[in-house]
Ligand binder design. Structure first.
Ligand SMILES: Nc1nc2c(c(=O)[nH]1)N[C@H]1C(S)=C(S)[C@@H](COP(=O)(O)O)O[C@H]1N2
Ligand SMILES: [Mo]
Length: 250
């Protein structure tokens, strides 16, 4: 090839220099990519995700919590006429029978009640919200949710709860569990629901009580809540342990 320092190049010389440079840059990038990928694969897994990727997810979490999260920033609300019944999706922790009359909500760490019945919850102001549940599998549905605000519930039955940084919710049998940051739990659209689309909650949608939390992906909308625990330490999360983002914010 011609002298690389030469400045007054013919079009052919210019083209050949560009092509050569692109080839070199592309080759280095590809090699770095392959090396980077092998390196990534050699790193320890952190909750089923290579640790460096987990760091990126955590970086995203810090960024969205700091930059976007606010209780005045609402998920979109829709007209009631657009509400539909979503398919029932995910049945982890729902296999055994639970009679509404036998069901109790166990409360841990909120400094208030230790057990509630569905009647205790229904005594709080009923709140409705029509918003979209978004599943990580790629579908979404607009639902009219009915129940009580988590924030109303916490202030009434777990007065020390909102000063903890985290909340953990579990099915009665402990098989499905979600962890939430307290800001998302206390968001005004986060509801403990006993109705969907004006009807009592169906069993496969989480009767007698499930969570609707439109600031999070569907995975955090736990069905059939058996216990709510307020805690200082970041709790385990079912899908967080299986490779999904712990925060799962929208
Ligand atoms: N107990 C329990 N809750 C759960 C799940 C589950 O498997 N078990 N799946 C979650 C997922 S991935 C989604 S998308 C929503 C779906 O809610 P739906 O069945 O009312 O549509 O429930 C969430 N809550
Ligand atoms: Mo989902």
């Amino acid at each position: 090839m011609a002298d690389p320092k030469k400045t007054n190049l013919t079009p052919e010389e210019q083209m050949s220099r560009w092509t050569r440079r692109n080839f070199l840059v592309g080759g280095v990038a590809a090699a770095a990519g392959i090396a980077g990928f092998s390196w990534l694969r050699s790193t320890a897994l952190d909750n089923e995700v290579p640790a460096p990727l987990r760091r990126v997810l955590e970086g995203n979490e810090k960024f969205s919590r700091a930059a976007f999260f606010s209780h005045s920033h609402l998920a979109q609300e829709f007209p009631v006429s657009m509400a539909r019944m979503p398919k029932s999706n995910g049945d982890v922790g729902l296999d055994d029978e639970v009679e509404d009359a036998d069901w109790r909500l166990r409360l841990i760490g909120g400094g208030g009640a230790s057990e509630l019945t569905i009647a205790d919850l229904k005594a709080l102001p009923k709140t409705e919200s029509v918003n979209e549940i978004k599943c990580v599998e790629g579908w979404s549905e607009i639902v009219r949710w009915g129940g009580v605000r988590f924030s109303d519930f916490a202030r009434k039955f777990a007065p020390a709860g909102p000063s903890s940084p985290y909340v953990a919710m579990m099915t009665p049998n402990g098989e499905y569990y979600v962890a939430l940051d307290i800001e998302s739990a206390m968001h005004p659209q986060t509801l403990l629901c006993y109705e969907m689309n004006g009807q009592p909650l169906e069993e496969d949608h989480g009767a007698p009580l499930r969570l609707a939390i439109p600031v999070k992906y569907g995975i955090k909308n736990i069905k059939r809540i058996g216990s709510i625990r307020f805690t200082q330490d970041r709790p385990a999360d079912y899908w967080g342990e299986r490779g999904y983002d712990w925060y799962a914010g929208l």
